[in-house]
Design a binder for this molecule. Structure first.
Ligand code: PRP
Ligand code: URA
Length: 214
């Protein structure tokens, strides 16, 4: 069951999520398995982040009877993937909500300053009318997450949620300070950042582990 820990933060401590996350953290886990696990965990995170979506009923006819059956109502979704590693979560989210629109936000961390540098942005025009779910596996300094949400808000997004795999207290505080209206969903809150801005114990560089780069 998902538990709120910090104000505005939900930790999804489902056994399947935690088991898969442990395998992802293990440095011996190869690229293909890492990517597959990220996709699988994303479906479980998606289940939680969409738990309170508005519902309505629609008249249908089963082979036996007429009925009013539950269907989604309210705002349409857009998943906003923070490149590169966000794409791993995006795939799993789209497995569950294939009709969602997708935004891509290309950001990389300058390795010296850890400032997020934007190199790409493409999003649907009607962000103001949609629920925007931002996906990025790592919330470290939060520079990337804050920059991504800044850009989405500039483009009109108002109803935003942020989903990651790992967060640290420093990143949570910075993100919630900048965007107190955006709730965070994470599979774990790890201990700290190291001197290079990596999450400890963490899982390493998510993009490199997903794509076998370095
Ligand atoms: C990683 C990760 C986040 C960011 C988190 O991306 O996917 O976007 O770092 O760190 P922050 O909270 O300190 O900003 P990275 O910059 O390594 O780019 P990549 O996904 O292209 O490898
Ligand atoms: N980005 C990553 O990919 N890993 C970290 O630990 C921190 C930022």
């Amino acid at each position: 069951m998902a538990k709120p820990v910090f104000e505005g933060v939900t930790v999804i401590d489902h056994p399947l999520v935690q088991h898969k996350l442990t395998i992802m953290r293990d440095k011996r886990t190869p690229t293909a398995e890492f990517r597959q696990l990220l996709r699988e965990i994303a479906t479980l995170l998606c289940y939680e982040v969409t738990r309170d979506l508005e519902m309505t009923t629609t008249p249908i006819e089963t082979p036996l009877a007429e009925m009013r059956a539950p269907t989604l109502a309210g705002k349409k979704l857009v998943f906003a993937s923070v490149l590169r590693a966000g794409n791993g979560l995006l795939e799993g989210m789209l497995d569950l909500v294939p009709a969602a629109r997708v935004a891509h936000i290309g950001l990389y961390r300058d390795p010296k300053t850890l400032v997020a540098v934007e190199y790409y942005f493409k999003a649907p025009e009607d962000l103001a009318d949609r629920l925007t779910i931002v996906v990025d596996p790592m919330l470290a300094t939060a520079n990337s997450a804050v920059a991504a949400v800044d850009r989405l808000k500039e483009r009109g997004a108002k109803d935003i949620r942020f989903v990651c795999l790992l967060a640290v207290p420093e990143g949570i505080e910075r993100f919630r300070g900048a965007h107190p209206d955006v709730p965070i969903y994470t599979a774990s809150i790890d201990e700290k950042l190291n001197e290079k801005g990596y999450i400890v114990p963490g899982l390493g560089d998510a993009g490199d582990r997903m794509y076998g780069t370095k």
